[in-house]
Design a protein around this ligand. Structure first.
Ligand code: UN1
Length: 529
């Protein structure tokens, strides 16, 4: 491999000369298929990763169970202390891990580092949470009784939520580090073991993160299988999803696969957190501050080369400002240049795989078929647009289009295209734009650009946006960890990260304790002989 790839891998203690073990259950191993992981920027093979064999999957899940049985007895604040150390370990490799994300996923450096920061942030949150996972005490209708709703009475004075078990995390290529972090931090704080099945195309990010975490666990005498890793393809995912010993599956990915995951887990009465497609709209009102809106929407559409779940895919412009807005947007689109995501100045890296290029090309072809005006982009970059060393990369032109029809029922508006394609339409009334915003199957993120309080009230209220993330003068992507992250409708209703998301990672016990010498029944039921 190239020297720079070797340097990035070595800095994270990933072997560069041999095949890399892709399974960790307390020990590193990998007796399954060997897969190549490819750099989307150059096309070079970065490593050969030994994935999990069916037998190893079975063993890893068993070890996760055992690790949970141990870990649930570690007091929550001590679990928080371990998270704090994980946070420090990750922060000390922020730049190296950020570089690996850029190398293997293809996002630009600042976004790669930002992803590590997101993991660091959620660890901080988990540390705090480890001392705040409180339940409630409820007044009993019976004398001398107390109801401890949602908590087990461990000592008379302390209320601690019960750990749940093993949490299976199936993550996607576009956030190969942070989304695992959201789950790991809450799961660890709650006293669970986690088994991670990353995207088949970003195994090195998962190996690097697991290596860092496993060292912290080892130092603290905690079984490594508390944060286990199984790389592999959909068979590995299925083994986790189908396993009755895994009460919670957190899945990020497509609606197609999410539907299978949801049904499978439901059929065994497990719980899911689903983070599926987004088809996010930004609405710009005539009174919006365009100085803010233009660059923010530009980032929303092009950041991570349009491959965030939260990327802006639909742009609804009020007729009064539509022409001016498109003109300004076109200007910034014309300035963007593809480049090496590892280089400081680059704002546009490649899309992740050859398949992503296919998705982009299909969408652009559809725009041509329906005779949309394409204001920017509309093709792959040609060899002359990109420097020679990047000719093996998957570079596509960010595309800005105005289709003839704004009918939200059209396939074009209904479908999430995981590529940098932004479709625009013009509206006359806010109500109409909100209707369009809501008229799609997905419901992840949305943003309104306005200074008018009345519009804001409408947007945030019962007749407003139906997405899980509802912003005003803030783009659709780039959420902080403090609020719950997730979407409604075909996005799967899952919530991760902040807010009340942690409550899904524990099992709630409604406990009634009788401190008295009598045993009266509730509701005044008289059962005396
Ligand atoms: C995703 O795209 O799967 O809000 C997650 C954001 C990021 C997370 C995106 N904090 O854009």
């Amino acid at each position: 491999i190239s020297t720079r790839a070797a340097n990035i891998l070595s800095a994270l203690d990933i072997p560069t000369s041999s095949e890399v073990n892709g399974v960790f259950d307390g020990e590193w191993k990998g007796a399954g298929d060997v897969v190549e992981t490819i750099c989307p920027t150059t096309g070079e093979v970065l490593a050969h990763v030994k994935t999990a064999s069916p037998e190893e999957l079975h063993v890893a899940i068993g070890k996760a169970r055992d690790a949970y049985a141990f870990f649930r007895h570690v007091p929550a604040p001590q679990r928080g202390e371990i998270l704090r150390q994980i946070r420090e370990a990750l922060a000390s490799k922020r730049s190296e891990l950020g570089a690996l994300i850029s190398l293997e996923m293809g996002k630009i450096r600042t976004e790669g580092v930002g992803e590590v920061q997101e993991f660091v942030d959620i660890c901080d949150y988990g540390v705090g949470l480890s001392r705040m996972m409180n339940g409630r005490v409820i007044a009993s209708e019976r004398p001398g009784h107390s109801i401890l709703e949602g908590n087990l009475l461990i000592h008379m004075a302390s209320l601690v939520p019960n750990p749940l078990g093993v949490v299976g995390v199936l993550s996607a290529f576009n956030f190969p580090v942070a989304v695992y972090g959201w789950n790991l931090a809450l799961s660890l704080a709650a006293g669970n073991a986690t088994i991670w099945k990353p995207s088949p195309t970003t195994p090195l990010c998962a190996i690097a993160v697991t290596t860092i975490i496993s060292r912290v666990l080892e130092k603290n005498g905690i079984p490594g299988a508390v944060a286990g890793l199984v790389t592999g393809d959909s068979d590995a995912g299925a083994a986790i999803v189908e396993n009755r010993d895994i009460p919670l599956i957190s899945f990020t990915g497509s609606e197609r696969v999410g539907r299978i995951v949801g049904k499978t887990v439901q059929s065994r009465f497990g719980k899911t957190i689903l983070e599926l497609g987004g088809n996010n709209a930004a609405i710009v009102m005539p009174d919006a501050d365009l100085k803010m809106a233009v660059p923010s929407i530009f980032f929303g559409a092009i950041g991570t080369a349009g491959q965030r779940c939260t990327s802006t895919r639909r742009l609804y412009l009020h007729r009064q400002i539509a022409d001016e807005f498109l003109e300004r947007l076109q200007k910034v689109y014309s300035k963007i240049k593809p480049g090496d995501p590892l280089e400081e100045k680059t704002l546009l890296g490649p899309v992740h795989t050859a398949a992503s290029v296919g998705i982009f090309e299909k969408a652009v072809q559809h725009l041509r078929d329906i005779d949309a005006s394409i204001l920017a982009g509309g093709a792959r970059y040609t060899a002359s647009d990109i420097s020679k060393n990047l000719h093996g990369g998957f570079f596509v032109q960010p595309t800005l289009a105005v289709p003839k029809s704004s009918d939200p029922a059209d396939a074009l508006w209904q479908t999430e295209t995981f590529a940098p394609v932004l479709n625009c339409a013009v509206f006359d009334e806010l109500e109409e734009a909100i209707e369009w915003n809501n008229a799609v199957p997905q419901g992840l993120s949305s943003s309104l650009w306005t200074r008018d309080m009345r519009g804001v009230g409408k947007w945030l209220g019962p007749s407003g946006s139906d997405t899980g993330i509802v912003n005003v003068n803030v783009g659709t992507s780039g959420a902080e960890i403090g609020a719950a992250f997730g979407g409604n409708k075909s996005t799967g209703w899952g919530r991760e990260s902040g807010g009340d998301a942690w409550k899904q990672y524990v099992r709630w016990s409604a406990c009634t304790v009788n401190f008295s010498d009598a045993a009266p029944l509730a509701q005044g039921v008289d059962f005396s002989l």
